[in-house]
Design a protein around this ligand. Structure first.
Ligand code: H2B
Length: 96
């Protein structure tokens, strides 16, 4: 997996509303209606991540989930991170 260029990251972000590029990662902060919704997101996105063998750095406080995506092996953001981010958007859309 090749690291994306700043221009490629900017292009990907154009179709990922709410996502930013911060500290070398794709970043998104979700606020769900409840802790239960946040846990449903963890379960769904966790299953997708495991299938992709691509794992998010993420944290949870009550109904909030902060996600940071990068490809450690590549030392930056790759297409895998863009793909996982868009899968997360699909899952979150059903819970927000
Ligand atoms: N997840 C992420 N986010 N970045 C990686 O570089 C990565 C991963 N590498 N999940 C995978 C697992 C690698 O460690 C295993 C051995 O495939």
């Amino acid at each position: 997996m090749q690291k994306l260029s700043p221009a490629q990251i900017a292009e990907a972000l154009a179709s990922l509303p709410g996502w930013t590029f911060e500290d070398g990662c794709l970043c998104r902060r979700y606020q769900f209606p409840s802790f239960t919704h946040a846990m449903a997101f963890f379960a769904g996105a966790g299953t997708v991540a495991e299938r992709m063998d691509h794992h998010p750095d993420w944290s949870n406080v009550y109904n909030r989930v902060t996600v940071r995506l990068s490809t450690h092996d590549a030392g930056g953001v790759t297409q895998l991170d863009v793909d996982l981010a868009s899968r997360m958007e699909q899952l979150a859309a059903r819970l927000l």
